[in-house]
Design a protein around this ligand. Structure first.
Ligand SMILES: Nc1ncnc2c1ncn2[C@@H]1O[C@H](COP(=O)(O)OP(=O)(O)OP(=O)(O)O)[C@@H](O)[C@H]1O
Length: 322
């Protein structure tokens, strides 16, 4: 991202959240972000009568304490300007500051400026159209967002382990910044010839109280119906629903992978054999080794992992009217 258009000292941290109402937590390193787009969103908000405070992150993980501070200072809406990783940090910060549901818990808003932006796409908010994002924030329509937790850490779109977490581990940050989502495809193509498909076990606590064990080469637990942009992976998943959606890809190998890729592109993913789709309240994921786990596009953990959903974690998300 270019140097921010805003005066750093004036806009970062000086304006108390309670007077600003809207606090924008901006990740200046989010892929595809440009200072111009963020500035357009802020200008539009100001034209609409808002006086947002802009707080830039200065490093990975900073969105969480900044959002917690905004919530503690009385912000009505904490806006994540960035991608899914930034949204997850902002949500985590809000939940840190306001662990009990109630009117004091601020809503979360989005200015989607990331590389993939799964959550924004899921709610019908086009990435990188800053004026529209600002108008959606101004309109203030709310819907429920229930994040899940990966070993206690909130995520908003999905967590997974298998070849896609290896892709996240290997993706070239510079290429991601320049080429966007194509960098993930490039990383995938470079990994496929040498990838040793692991055996991953997922133990699901189903909504009816039963327990089911599934084994596969890739396990994905999602809040969103979308994957990698707007590709439908779990058609009945809903970001406010009280259940996790679990996708287990059973068959290892490049041919099976190509078939699943085609299924995603044609909207037929999961209809054939080789994939299980389930709902669950809690998922435990294990493998023989410490495989990487990605959450919302960032490396988050290594196995073993427990993925949970607590209905108390729900918060309002400012979203377009559907
Ligand atoms: N100032 C910063 N410098 C370096 N990294 C940062 C900074 N602020 C945030 N980050 C990290 O950048 C990571 C990626 O950010 P984010 O998810 O917003 O963008 P993205 O990866 O381009 O988008 P998406 O997740 O939608 O593909 C997050 O894990 C976050 O912790």
């Amino acid at each position: 991202m270019d140097a921010p258009d805003f005066d750093y000292e004036t806009n970062n941290s000086r304006r108390p959240a309670v007077r600003a109402g809207l606090v924008v937590i901006a990740n200046p390193k989010a892929g595809g972000t440009s200072a111009r787009r963020l500035a357009t969103a802020i200008e539009t908000l100001r034209d609409l009568g808002h006086a947002p405070a802009i707080w830039y992150t200065r490093g990975a993980g900073q969105g969480r304490p900044l959002a917690a501070r905004a919530a503690r200072e009385g912000a009505a809406v904490v806006v994540a300007a960035g991608g899914d990783g930034t949204i997850a940090e902002v949500v985590a910060g809000i939940l840190d500051a306001c662990p009990t549901p109630g009117p004091d818990r601020p809503a979360v808003g989005l200015i989607p400026l990331g590389t993939v932006n799964v959550l924004a796409r899921d709610i019908g908010l086009k990435p990188r159209v800053p004026r529209v994002a600002a108008r959606v924030l101004d309109a203030g329509h709310r819907r429920l967002l229930r994040p899940a937790r990966l070993n206690g850490r909130p995520f908003v779109a999905m967590a997974s382990t298998g070849i896609d977490s290896e892709v996240v581990r290997c993706v070239d940050g510079v290429l991601k910044h320049r080429a966007g989502a194509a960098a993930y495809l490039w990383a995938l193509l470079s990994i496929v010839p040498r990838y040793a498909y692991p055996v991953i076990t997922a133990t699901l606590e189903r909504p009816d109280g039963s327990v089911e064990g599934l084994t596969g080469a890739l396990v994905l637990v999602t809040r969103s119906r979308f994957y990698g942009g707007s590709l439908t992976v779990a058609p009945t998943a809903e970001i406010g629903a009280p259940d996790l959606h679990v996708v287990v890809v059973h068959r290892p190998g490049a041919v099976a992978l190509a078939g699943h890729g085609l299924g995603l592109l044609t909207g037929r993913f999961g209809r054939g054999p080789g994939v299980s789709l389930r709902t669950a309240r809690r998922v435990t994921v294990e493998a023989a080794g410490p495989l990487p786990v990605q959450a919302d596009g960032d490396l988050a953990e290594t196995l073993p992992a427990a993925i949970t959903l607590d209905v108390e974690d729900g918060l309002d998300l400012i979203a377009p009217m559907t």
